[in-house]
Design a protein around this ligand. Structure first.
Ligand SMILES: Nc1ncnc2c1ncn2[C@@H]1O[C@H](COP(=O)(O)OP(=O)(O)O)[C@@H](O)[C@H]1O
Ligand SMILES: [Mg+2]
Length: 275
């Protein structure tokens, strides 16, 4: 088991209820896409899975440790096995790209090595190899504030490739990339997870990216799980219902909405099977 959320609720400090009664479980190596309208609770859910926020209700277990453990100093060790890709990576602008990538392993290294690496990067070859995979090897010594939003997003991905965590949590990891690069980057994350048997949970704005690449799709709406289905069973009406608060248009990335015909075919198949 990679994680288990049992009746998880999360009320933010200002009293806002971001999650309620969430039941969600994943085996090691599963790859899950989270979709849902803006404000649905996807980032809140990923923050709980990343142990950054403890549930205010229910029970959460991540990599075999429950939320009581998250409050102890030992949680640092657990977090070295979790790699988070944030929508806007929290990287100091003055930092060099190489240092930002090596930060992926800071928690795994002894303190002397982490400190030394901040002064002089200790594993330049490792950082370069990770950056090559996101096509940014030429930016190794660039300052992060010289990069575009899309490049910075890929530095955040390179950091997690370098970290090699058991659980990869990606919050809209390709929101700043053009459709072609977004697709390639999602495939890279999936290939990485598959090759290492890591669990991957990615929230995605574009439903076609989710359905076309992930086998399990979790729809999040108003703080709860609206559906949890194999991609082959996600239908157009289900998607319209999920995104009802955002109007009639479904958020898709590709101009050619062939995924919709896939979702329509799913629907026809489901209907044929039941009636
Ligand atoms: N730190 C916070 N304090 C108070 N409210 C928050 C906080 N973070 C998120 N929220 C609220 O929780 C709801 C869910 O947000 P979020 O998890 O970011 O949704 P999503 O990622 O699906 O857009 C939103 O209405 C948001 O305003
Ligand atoms: Mg979000």
């Amino acid at each position: 088991m990679s994680f288990r959320l049992n009746g998880v609720g999360l009320t933010h400090a200002n009293g806002f209820v971001a999650l309620k009664g969430v039941m969600l479980q994943a085996e090691k190596g599963e790859r899950i896409a989270l979709i849902g309208p803006s404000g649905a609770g996807k980032t809140s859910l990923l923050s709980v899975l990343g142990t950054a926020l403890a549930p205010t209700e229910g029970l959460a277990e991540v990599l075999d440790f429950d939320q009581n453990f998250w409050l102890t100093a030992e949680v640092k060790k657990l977090r070295t096995h979790i790699g988070s890709i944030h929508q806007s990576p929290p990287i100091p602008g003055r930092q060099r790209v190489v240092t930002a990538v090596l930060a992926g392993k800071l928690g795994q290294w002894p303190a002397w090595k982490s400190l030394a690496s901040l002064v002089y990067p200790l594993d330049i070859a490792g950082a370069r190899a990770a950056l090559e995979r996101v096509d940014l090897a030429d930016k190794l010594f660039a300052r992060c504030d010289q990069l575009s939003g899309g490049q910075l997003q890929r530095v955040g991905i390179a950091r997690v490739l370098y970290q090699q965590p058991e659980l990869i949590l990606a919050d809209e990891p390709v929101s700043a990339l053009d459709p072609t690069l977004a697709l390639a980057t999602i495939r890279l994350l999936i290939a990485e997870a598959e090759a290492r048997g890591a669990t991957l949970v990615a929230s995605l704005h574009a439903v076609d990216l989710a359905i076309g690449n992930f086998s399990r799709i979790v729809g999040v709406k108003a703080g709860h799980i609206a559906f949890d289905l194999p991609a082959s069973e996600v239908t157009v009406p289900l998607l319209h219902d999920l995104y009802a608060s955002e109007g009639d248009e479904l958020p898709v990335q590709a101009h050619e909405p062939h995924f919709l015909s896939q979702a329509a075919a799913n629907e026809a198949a489901t209907r044929a099977a039941c009636c």
